[in-house]
Ligand binder design. Structure first.
Ligand SMILES: C[S@@+](CC[C@H](N)C(=O)[O-])C[C@H]1O[C@@H](n2cnc3c(N)ncnc32)[C@H](O)[C@@H]1O
Length: 270
């Protein structure tokens, strides 16, 4: 029987929904390049697995047109409700959303031209089972795509000890889960799956104090605050003090910050 437990640690909240949206917007230009390199075209049927509050469904919809179909799937009802409101606000007629676990989607086998995942193989564990399900949903000749991060480049300049402390919390929480798959092994895993014409495109994004992503690190830590405190990884006082110091540094007009590296990997199912 499928194990449907998930190790995904980030609780849902309005702030987390806003954080995911901000992140998706910041990564839209590079996601557009990815979809254009793949050649996503009118009429394609696409699936965004673990789409959160919308994921890349808007960018897919813009390419598949009225004859195509885009399905966003997630297990979180609150994020899906936000996704439906957002898609309706944008008039995305070809997009629908479904609630399910990524490892047991209930979707028809071999029925999608493209199946995409972003930041799920790294964060929720059970990467092998998720990949098996995703690949089973791709039609022969269709494309499997994943985008996963490497935290190492996450940096601010000038460097600051508050940033380093918060980055250390993220590394401690996320980087020791043996069933997760991060950027470093993604390309090789796609080769091992037997995919053809496997491609690799990494990117990093940079932010000044005027960019909407200026607060990305503090808000990411805010979304995980309960988890850090429950695990005793930091005291409430130190957390508050460190987030405030990090935020102040990032808002200095002379400070810039760099995203994690995102590895985009895709290949064709034989
Ligand atoms: C970091 S968010 C990324 C959301 C989206 N892919 C994006 O890039 O904007 C991870 C998402 O995975 C979803 N998730 C975690 N475990 C899941 C599971 N077992 N089945 C379905 N969705 C899951 C969460 O609800 C969340 O929306």
């Amino acid at each position: 029987m499928t194990d449907t437990t998930s190790r995904y640690p980030i609780p849902t909240s309005p702030a987390e929904t806003a954080r995911l949206r901000m992140q998706a917007d910041a990564m839209a230009p590079d996601t557009g390049v990815l979809l254009d390199r793949i050649g996503v075209a009118a009429g394609w049927r696409c699936l965004d697995l673990a789409c959160g509050c919308g994921g890349i469904t808007d960018l897919l919809a813009a390419r598949v047109g009225g004859q195509g179909r885009v399905l966003g799937l997630d297990r979180d009802a609150a994020l899906l409700a936000a996704a439906r409101d957002w898609a309706a606000g944008l008039g995305l007629a070809s997009v629908a959303f479904a609630e399910a676990d990524v490892r047991a989607t209930g979707q028809p086998r071999a029925s999608f031209d493209l199946v995409h995942m972003r930041f799920i193989l790294s964060t929720a564990g059970h990467a092998d089972a998720t990949l098996d399900e995703a690949l089973a949903l791709v039609r022969p000749g269709g494309v499997l795509v994943a985008q996963e991060p490497d935290i190492a480049p996450l940096c601010c300049y000038p460097r600051h000890p508050a940033w380093d402390r918060l980055k250390g919390l993220l590394e401690e929480l996320f980087c020791h889960e043996p069933t997760s798959l991060w950027a470093d092994g993604l390309y090789q895993r796609f080769l091992d799956l037997g995919l053809e014409d496997v491609q690799y495109r990494p990117f990093v994004a940079g932010f000044t104090s005027a960019h909407p992503m200026v607060d990305y690190m503090p808000t990411t830590i805010g979304s995980l605050a309960e988890v850090f405190l429950e695990k005793g990884m930091i005291s409430p006082q130190e957390l508050e003090r460190t987030v405030a110091a990090c935020r102040a540094h990032l808002h200095d007009p002379r400070t810039v910050s760099t995203s994690y590296m995102v590895a985009q990997v895709w290949g064709r199912k034989p």
